[in-house]
Write a protein that binds this ligand. Structure first.
Ligand code: SAH
Length: 219
């Protein structure tokens, strides 16, 4: 083993250790996060920090989320292998890639066309064939594929968007950050029952805001 590859192996070990120590204990989630290398999702200058447990900048002024938060959100979704999952906020595609190992089918949408294009290319290169990526305003969900077993939102809204609640199956779970964009937000889990919704507060988080409309893509 060269110095460089043993260094990478060491950093990957620390990455998994950080996940566990921050509460990601679900075995299937940890296995998926071990399999999906974060490095290709972090392009350019910041790729050297791919295995740090920290959010990092990506194109279009967005961020790839902190790995332990990705782990906690994935764990909170309680995905079963037959589930169809909708993700709002494709960003780098990292969260969707992890979901794709746990679910039957993943739909992921982003308001930036460029992010959708780059993430789709990566999914193809990594042979993740059960992910469909679209560029739409995710506040309205994806009505043509609804209802979903699970929905994950990776940008913060003040309240859970009505169309997303409506597109959740009975028995379905949605995990999302809610709160003002410039303040600390709460990660919540919404579970749909026959007669309504249950809300659990999970942890404080900080996400970029869920914005209306499609993005103006620079470059
Ligand atoms: N899940 C991503 C991180 C997402 S960052 C990852 O794993 O890398 C949040 C993303 O939400 C950004 O890419 C932003 O463009 C997107 N976003 C914000 N508002 C949106 C909306 N209304 N519809 C779709 N995507 C939105």
């Amino acid at each position: 083993m060269t110095d460089r590859s043993s260094d990478t192996a060491e950093r990957k070990m620390q990455f998994l250790f950080a996940l566990r120590s921050r509460g990601v204990t679900d075995k299937r989630v940890l296995e998926a996060m071990e399999k999906i290398d974060r490095a290709p999702f972090v392009r350019g200058y910041f790729s050297a920090r791919a295995y740090d447990d920290t959010p990092l900048p990506i194109a279009c002024g967005q961020t790839i989320s902190q790995p332990s938060v990705v782990g906690m959100m994935t764990q909170a979704l309680r995905i079963s292998p037959r589930d169809t999952v909708l993700e709002i906020g494709t960003g780098s595609g990292y969260q969707a890639a992890i979901l794709s190992l746990l679910a039957r089918r993943v739909y992921t949408v982003d308001r930036h066309k460029r992010l959708v294009r780059e993430a789709s290319e990566l999914f193809r290169e990594l042979d993740l064939t059960n992910i469909t990526c679209r560029s739409v305003d995710g506040s309205f969900g994806l009505p043509e594929q609804a209802p979903f077993d699970r929905i994950i939102v990776t940008a913060a809204a003040e309240d859970p968007p009505g169309p997303l609640l409506a597109q959740l199956k009975i028995g379905g779970i949605m995990v999302l950050p809610v709160g003002q964009s410039d303040a600390v937000q709460s990660l919540i889990r919404v579970t749909r029952h026959e007669t309504g919704f249950d809300y659990d507060e999970l942890m404080p988080v900080r996400f970029v805001p869920l914005l209306e409309g499609l993005g103006r893509d620079e470059g």
